[in-house]
Design a protein around this ligand. Structure first.
Ligand code: GLN
Length: 481
């Protein structure tokens, strides 16, 4: 067998090769595994490589040989973020608290991927409980950006991004509460989708902030991201916030009857603090869209500048509630103290990292008697106003274009001791989560830093359940990059 060009391989092509019998699932898997063996010691994308994936690949090869019709993701090797449960595998959420926790059931998205024939290579590194923008908050070491190993890959789904960018997986799942799919996709030159809230079930996702969390794909192309999204979306009785996607998108999403759209440029996303090269690449993308015949229009999201402040109240509040379950009694780590209260203190002191503790303390404060209305209540009102802004803007345009991050991948250590600087990373990302709309990040250029080429992404934001519009515009941009 000739060596497989993993860098140029997409899902559709891999499937074609397999169904024509030119490539077996086993061969594909072992090509990825040998990349992992070479690169993972330095890049630390994976926390664990699964030893049973060969069995799955062999079964697939058997079935294909017998002439079975290939399923949507037949034999496609995936990397899975370490906060998505896979039955009988450890799922640690990047935390010491869950270092030895084994999942007792499959997340809905894992069930769907299994039904579609996907293979799981391993679980990927992340910021602890998905809090962070660099993977530096992982309890199990940082991941490194394959474009420059002195830089972060972004976070919190950093390991998943590194796995795909360095050809250690063909696609990956991440989760996005405030940018954790789109920002690492941007930093690693990938396509990342944050689906509409409710499009993908959260059952089996270790909760961070439940009113914002969504699982989505990280992939090399828009086509690949769409293929994965189509497999994992849909209503699940185990997540009451999940919806019947097709029904919703018929009702609310714009139908693609045309390939030309009205695309808004939200003024508030182009203010101070953006790196000049990032601004230039975003402007190039806007010019490209114009050149393709789309109508470009300046629009306003007047309350978007308050999104970051509201997000960093709402998220800690939900985090403080969601993480209360890690008390040493029910899940994971247990450290014995002199009485029950002391057990809690000892377990949580040892099991949780600095950023997680910071958010639990903040969240407990903003929910406490006397402060709840002043902080949590007001943040909730701002959230509603931001949602309104998006509603208004989508009366005028079909989608929005914006930068993903204010600058390309930053250096390891650059922001980790300055929480505010790290939070500012999320400035163009969190309005989307607060409103619940979908957004696609895709690479659109490179910049040079320290003599290295670093990718820069742009973000397409759509109205609720209009992922198909984002894929369509994304594909056009991708073809003209
Ligand atoms: N940087 C964001 C945060 O720390 C990302 C969270 C996420 O999307 N999981 O909250």
């Amino acid at each position: 067998m000739t060596k497989i060009d993993l860098a140029g391989l997409g899902i559709a092509e891999a499937k074609n090769l397999m169904s024509r019998g030119e490539l077996s699932s086993r061969e594909l898997l072992s090509a990825y595994q040998s990349e992992i063996k070479n690169k993972n010691p330095e890049l630390n994308a994976y926390l664990e490589i699964f030893s049973d994936s060969f069995e799955a690949a062999e079964e697939i090869d058997e079935n294909l040989k017998k002439g079975a019709e290939p399923r949507a993701l037949e034999g496609i090797p995936f990397a899975i973020k370490d906060n998505i449960l896979i039955k009988d595998k450890i799922c640690s959420a990047g935390s010491r608290m869950l270092q030895n926790y084994t999942a007792s059931y499959d997340a809905y998205v894992i069930e769907k991927l299994k039904e579609a024939g996907a293979i799981f290579l391993g679980r990927t590194n992340m910021d602890e409980f998905a809090m962070g923008s660099s993977t530096e908050n992982s309890a199990f070491g940082i991941s490194r950006n394959p474009y420059d190993v002195l830089r972060v890959p972004g976070g919190s789904s950093g390991g998943s991004a590194v796995a795909v960018a360095a050809n250690m997986a063909l696609a990956a799942l991440g989760s996005d509460t405030g940018g954790s799919i789109r920002q690492p996709a941007g930093f690693c030159g990938l396509v990342g989708l944050k689906p509409s809230y409710g499009a993908v079930s959260r059952s089996g996702l270790i909760a961070m902030a439940s009113s914002l969390d969504q699982i989505g794909p990280l992939a090399k192309t828009v086509d690949d991201a769409e293929l994965v999204f189509n497999v994992i979306k849909g209503k699940d009785p185990k997540d009451a916030s999940s919806v019947d996607y097709d029904e919703q998108s018929d009702k609310r999403g714009k139908k693609i009857d045309d390939s030309k759209f009205k695309i808004g440029v939200p003024k508030e996303f182009f203010g101070e603090g953006i790196d000049e090269d990032v601004r230039k690449i975003t402007d190039d993308a806007i010019d490209t869209l114009k050149g393709l015949g789309h109508e470009i229009k300046e629009v306003h999201l007047p309350r978007a500048p308050y999104a970051l402040a509201a997000y960093y109240i709402i998220v800690p509040a939900e985090v403080s509630a969601n993480l209360a379950r890690y008390d040493g009694v029910r899940y994971g780590l247990y450290k014995s103290g002199k009485d029950l209260i002391d057990d809690y203190f000892k377990t949580r002191a040892l099991g949780l990292g600095r950023e997680v503790k910071r958010r639990i303390i903040l969240g407990t404060y903003v929910l406490s008697v006397g402060f709840r209305d002043a902080y949590y209540g007001r943040a909730g009102k701002i959230r509603m106003l931001i949602k309104k802004d998006f509603e208004n803007v989508f009366k005028e345009v079909d989608a929005l274009i914006a930068p993903v991050s204010p600058q390309p991948a930053f250096k390891i250590g650059e922001k980790i001791n300055d929480p505010l600087a790290m939070y500012l990373e999320d400035i163009f990302l969190v309005p989307v989560n607060l409103a619940g709309v979908p957004a696609l990040s895709l690479p659109f250029g490179y910049v040079k830093r320290d003599n290295r080429k670093l990718p820069v992404g742009v973000q397409l934001i759509g109205q609720w359940f209009s992922e198909s519009t984002l894929f369509e515009i994304g594909r056009q941009l991708e073809a003209h990059r």
